[in-house]
Structure formats: C-alpha cells, structure tokens
Design a protein around this ligand. Structure first.
Ligand code: SF4
Ligand code: SF4
Length: 496
C-alpha cells in the first residue's frame, strides 16, 4: 500500500530499541504563500527569520506561563520516554516526548537563560540554525498534541503545549503546514473544512431525510439555518457525508426527533473542528469560534450542542466561553456548550428514548477514548464523565461491549495516530506507525472477546482508523460512531 513497513502487532506491548533519525524524512507539505497570508502569517521564510523566531518565543513565554514553566522544569527523569505512540511505532528517539521538547528547549536555553547564554555547552544550549528549524518542522509535526506524556510526567509537563508553540513560531517566520492552514482558510471562506457551500449542504441534508424515511417510514428532519429552533448543533463537516460519520449525524437527528426538541444546523457554523488549536494560534482559534457565536445569535437559538469531534470538544469545553463569550443570550438552564453525548445520555437516563439493543447484535464492540476528550475536557457533572457517559450510551444501545486493556483507555488512552493536524496523506507513514499501540490493544479484545467493531466519538479518529486499520488486517468499516449505534437501536415513534 505504501513505501514503508507496517509494524508488527505484538502479543504484549514492547518498548522498542531506538533507531536514530529514522523519521527525519517525515514532514508535511509546506503551506503556499496565499494560504499563509490569509491567516495573517508571512507567505514564505522571512529574511531575518532567526530573530523573528526568537522574538516570538520570548513573546510566547510571557503570554503563556505554562509554556515557560514547561521549558524550565524538566528534570530528565525519563518517565515520559516510552509513553508516546509515535516513539513506540517509529522507534525514532526524537519522538520521545522529552527529546521532542528539547528541540525547542535547547534554543530557549541559549537565548533566555543565564547558563545557556554564557556556558551553552554545559547545558546543551544551541543557536537557532536552519538545521534546527528543519528538525522542528519534522518532529513538531510528529506530535499529535494528545497529552499522553503529560499524564506520566511527575511535573505535568505538556508536550502538546510546546508543539503548539513551536508551530506558532514556525508560522510566524513563514513556514506553516499546508494541511492545517489551507483548511482554516476554507472555514473563513465557506464555513467548513471541506469547503461545502450552503446549497450543497442543504441538498445533502435533504437526501439524508429521504434515506431515513425510506428506511423507517418516519419523517425525521435535518434542518438547516432554521431561525427560532431551540438548539444549534455544530458538528464536524465529515458528519455530512463520510462513512461512518454520517451514520452518527442520522443518529443525532433521530434523537432530536424522538425527544421532540427543535434543532438546526447552520451553514455559517457548519464546522465544529477548529484547527486554530493545532497550529497554536489563539487569534485563528478565536476567529473560527466566533462563527458559532454569530450563528447562534442570528438563528436565535437557546442552546448550543457539539457533535462527535474530539478536539472540537476540547476547544468548546475549555475555551469557547473565553474565545467567543459571553453566551448570556442562551438559556442558563443548560451548560454552554453541551456535548451531544451529554444530551443523549440525559434522555436515556430519564427514559425519554426507547432503545432496542438487539438491533446491534451483529456487532461486538469496544470503545476508543479520543485523547482530546479524555485528557483535555470533561462531560456531565461528575469527574470522569468523559469516560462513563460514552460507555453508558454504548451499553444502552448494544448487548456486547468489552473494554480494551486498562493501560490503553480512559486518561491512558493512545492517540489514533492522526490527531493534532496530522491527518494528511503526506504523513501516511507516521499515521500508520503511530496507530500501532491502539491496534495492539484492539487485537487483544478481538482475540479475547471476539470484538468486531470499535466505536469512537471523534471525526479525526474515525477517518484515521478507517484509513489505517487495513494496514493491520482490520477492515475499514470496523470503526463506528456512537450515535450510529444509537441510530440503529432507537425505536422511533415510541414516545409522545
Ligand atoms: S503530546 Fe502525545 S504525541 Fe505529543 S509527544 Fe506527548 S504523547 Fe507524543
Ligand atoms: S517525564 Fe517530565 S520531567 Fe521527566 S523527562 Fe519527561 S518531560 Fe522531563
């Protein structure tokens, strides 16, 4: 399928021996001038880029206290070295979290610490050279910002924050990543990552309504731009047509139908994803988020609910109120924002939905905790709700559920391998190799419990798994949406 070897799935996870530089060639395509400029960055590498980069680093250490603390506090204990899926899958030592951080830390030390300025060799401080910049471009695009390493670091050092800062510095000197920056541009121009304009979106939703009616004999609506609806649903644009995402969207529509709650999608905010986070750009993250506020005000809704998307939920849960608030025009009886799983879970708890679990009896399921949901957000009112709520909804919708090994789920979950702005075909080798730990855990439940399908609540995880699972001998349709399970199980017309 591609020009690299897929790692072998082992019976038990093995910490591999290091192979220096084996992933040095892995780099995403660089963004073209026009895409850089529309995001407010220089079109190409600026003349005095070394100074611009150092100035930006200084600015970020002032602006983000965590970034500075992380750069200052690593004691090289080594606890994080074997925790990154990209190290485990590629064996390149620069994919050990501490080594990845050090690519930036050694330049920080040289320019911002006393010891680094006067005794650079003693503290491993180096000047920023083109070679160092090339290493940054390669290895800070081999971090999916999943935060797994931070769970095991005794100081809580979060490599995700360092990789976001590194990407922001690179953008500021004119070296941005094509995939993320082009996509953010599409959101500004059209409203979503896929560049799907309003008429195409309306047409797609109409087609889905017809499909549901053909299948169930019930008219279930998927409204678009409907003023006065109670709920605005903001979902990843993959939900509008790609498998298995679209089956999840059909599930949301059936839940709203059965609950008798009016809702709408918006063509202006037709994207939950916010790639501004992946490139570490607060300004771009804010600009994307403001579209949700504008749509909510324009449509006059009372609530905002986010669809199944991992990093979108992280941005929404952690930052939406500060980026685009205050949301004092919404109904204060509901959290702002709410996750679609919190919504469905609440209805199930109150007996407002009838679910026939046997409709999913052709599947034996496991669940992949998406890293942004697991380690950077919460759900519901109780600690750990982000782990229990999705599992409760799966268990309410199917008879056969089995968790993967404990050290690969909840806050120890492994990234799918395609998060953090790396879901692009120019990084296919990295994506396949980075999926190794999750594939090993999946193999375990396949062999122990006859698991046939894995559910997820993140558009990136679903797309990534559909693409990389065949490399490991699983079929691409073994990944499903949780609301796809709800959609199969829900008995329509049962509640008044
Ligand atoms: S944040 Fe995730 S991808 Fe990045 S270094 Fe840590 S474990 Fe690896
Ligand atoms: S676990 Fe934390 S302190 Fe230890 S080496 Fe890794 S980043 Fe440094």
């Amino acid at each position: 399928m591609a020009d690299f070897d897929t790692p072998e799935l082992k019976e038990f996870p093995v910490i591999p021996l290091i192979h220096e530089g084996v992933m040095a060639h892995s780099k995403p395509f660089v963004a073209k001038e026009e895409f850089q400029e529309q995001l407010g960055f220089p079109g190409e590498l600026v003349d005095n880029w070394e100074q611009v980069a150092i100035d930006k680093m200084g600015e970020l250490t002032e602006k983000y206290r965590g970034f500075k603390v992380f750069l200052d506090s690593c004691v090289k204990c080594g606890a994080c070295t074997d925790k990154c899926h990209y190290y485990l899958g590629t064996t390149d030592p620069k994919n050990m979290p501490v080594a990845r951080q050090d690519l930036l830390r050694k330049v920080y030390r040289r320019n911002f610490t006393f010891a680094g300025k006067y005794f650079p060799k003693l503290v491993g401080a180096v000047d920023l050279t083109k070679e160092v910049l090339d290493d940054w471009y390669s290895y800070f695009h081999q971090c999916s910002q999943c935060r797994r390493c931070s769970v095991y670091c005794p100081y809580g050092i979060d490599t995700a924050e360092i990789s976001m800062a590194a990407r922001e510095i690179m953008d500021s000197v004119g070296v941005g990543q094509k995939y993320c920056n082009e996509i953010i541009g599409k959101v500004y121009k059209i409203g979503n990552n896929l560049g799907l304009p309003q008429p195409a979106l309306a047409d797609t939703l109409e087609g889905l309504e017809e499909d549901i009616e053909d299948e169930t004999d019930v008219k279930v609506r998927l409204p678009l731009d409907e003023k006065g609806a109670d709920v605005l649903v903001v979902t990843p644009s993959a939900d509008f047509f790609a498998e298995p995402h679209v089956d999840g969207l059909i599930g949301y529509a059936k839940v709203f139908h059965e609950a008798g709650i009016s809702w709408t999608l918006s063509s202006h905010a037709s994207e939950a994803a916010n790639f501004g986070m992946f490139i570490g750009s607060y300004e771009n993250m804010r600009k994307v988020s403001l579209r949700i506020r504008e749509a909510a005000l324009d449509l006059g809704v009372k609530r905002i609910i986010m669809g199944e998307c991992g990093h979108a939920w992280r941005v929404a849960y952690s930052f939406l109120n500060t980026l685009a608030g205050p949301f004092d025009f919404l109904d204060p009886n509901y959290p702002v924002p709410q996750h679609i799983l919190e919504f469905t879970h609440d209805l199930i708890q109150r007996g407002a939905l009838t679910l026939d679990k046997s409709a999913n009896d052709d599947m034996r399921l496991t669940y992949h905790d998406s890293c942004n949901v697991a380690r950077a957000s919460r759900m519901g009112s109780k600690p750990g709700g982000q782990f229990t709520i999705p599992r409760d909804v799966i268990r309410a919708s199917c008879n056969h559920f089995f968790d993967m090994p404990q050290d690969t789920i909840h806050d120890a979950t492994y990234c799918c391998g395609g998060g953090g702005g790396l879901l692009t075909d120019d990084l296919m080798e990295l994506r396949v190799k980075g999926a190794l730990p999750r594939m090993e855990a999946l193999k375990h439940v396949v062999e122990e419990h006859g698991v046939t399908h894995m559910a997820a609540i993140c558009a990136i995880c679903k797309s990534q798994f559909a693409k990389v699972m065949p490399y490991y001998g699983f079929t691409m349709d073994s990944i499903v949406s949780i609301h796809q399970l709800v959609s199969n199980a829900i008995v329509l017309g049962n509640k008044q």
